[in-house]
Write a protein that binds this ligand. Structure first.
Ligand code: DAH
Length: 338
């Protein structure tokens, strides 16, 4: 047996495997399931004990020689076909640039304008209890003002709802921070409304709140004018119209002068030339008390605006549903927008 093995080793040493086919044939012949090595290892059992050591070593040498012969062909002539990746003259694949969502673009811009004025970003949960969404904001139980905002209540516990506005973050901030407070709170809000081109049941708002000693309505007006000019352009004019919100007194709505030059302007401003941007007002003393802030020492203003409305104006998007459909043909328009 020893002789047979040595003969095989010599044969292997003299063999040159020049083609992949020859190599495969060699592999089957020596290393295959029914190959020479399997047979020899099978025979090994019958080798007398005193010869086992020598035969065993020879067998291992044969196996190593066979594997080495095979390995040398595989590294010398890779069987892999030349693929397109090796054609260096081909043009490269272009990398598609990503885009921010238009809601993010507008939100980031609003936030950065207020950050420059010293406002810090605050957050709150999207699932809120009645206290933070309504009661602390001066909506008494059963008060018709609650109907202004159609609410998604949680089926298990009607004390909980999806927040209908980011004003709830005002309450959470005042409960946990001491004045002076100057925050901006962007976030998602929910209302049980029929979906149409102008309204959706999920949308975004940015809330602002400033609480300190001697904060006046003039401070509110100047801050909003500053914002309007930074966002809509240096020459933007604003006006404040009296309005009503349970949590502010006095309350107002801020419009910007949009112009009335063409048909689109007429349609967008309902023929007035003014475009409504946000609600605002002086924080109602009752709200300050509810949140543990003494209204005899502190006063403040608050404002809230819808991001979708502003994004629709900025990008001339006629249908609010476009924001949530994830249609790439729409989203690609914002590549490089900011
Ligand atoms: N929360 C109001 C809404 O969703 C918007 C608003 C109006 C917020 C006046 C304010 C404010 O902070 O002062 O319609």
């Amino acid at each position: 047996m020893l002789e047979t093995i040595e003969k095989h080793i010599r044969t292997i040493e003299q063999t040159t495997l020049s083609t992949p086919e020859a190599a495969e044939e060699f592999r089957i012949q020596y290393l295959g399931k029914k190959g020479i090595l399997t047979a020899l290892f099978g025979e090994f059992k019958t080798v007398p004990n005193e010869e086992k050591k020598a035969v065993g070593q020879a067998l291992n040498a044969l196996k190593t020689a066979a594997e080495a012969a095979l390995a040398s062909v595989q590294t010398a002539s890779p069987t892999k076909k030349k693929g397109p990746s090796e054609d260096y003259s081909r043009p490269g694949y272009s990398i598609l640039p990503g885009a921010h969502h238009p809601i993010s673009i507008v939100r980031n811009e609003i936030v950065s304008i207020f950050e420059r004025m010293g406002f810090a970003v605050a957050q709150g949960p999207e699932m809120e209890d009645d206290w933070h969404n309504f009661s602390a904001l001066n909506f008494p139980p059963e008060h018709p003002a609650r109907d202004m905002q159609d609410t998604f209540f949680l089926a298990k516990d009607p004390d909980w709802a999806l927040r209908t506005h980011t004003s709830s973050v005002q309450v959470r901030t005042m409960e946990t921070q001491k004045p002076p407070i100057r925050i901006i709170a962007p976030g998602r809000v929910f209302r049980n409304e029929a979906i149409s081109s102008r309204s959706h049941c999920v949308f975004h708002q940015v809330e602002g709140l400033y609480i300190d000693q001697n904060v006046s309505f003039a401070d509110l007006k100047q801050t909003l004018l500053e914002f309007a000019r930074a966002f809509f352009g240096e020459k933007t004019e604003i006006r404040l119209r009296p309005s009503y919100f349970p949590f502010t007194e006095p309350s107002a709505e801020m419009d910007i002068w949009w112009g009335l030059e063409n048909e689109v302007d007429h349609r967008m401003t309902k023929g007035t030339g003014w475009l409504e941007i946000m609600g605002c007002g002086m924080v109602d003393p009752a709200v300050l008390s509810s949140c543990g802030i003494d209204p005899s020492t502190y006063s403040g203003y608050a404002f809230g605006m819808g991001i979708e409305r502003i994004a629709m104006q900025r990008f001339q998007i006629p249908d609010i549903r476009a924001f949530y459909e994830n249609d790439l043909r729409f989203l690609r328009n914002f590549t490089g927008a900011l």
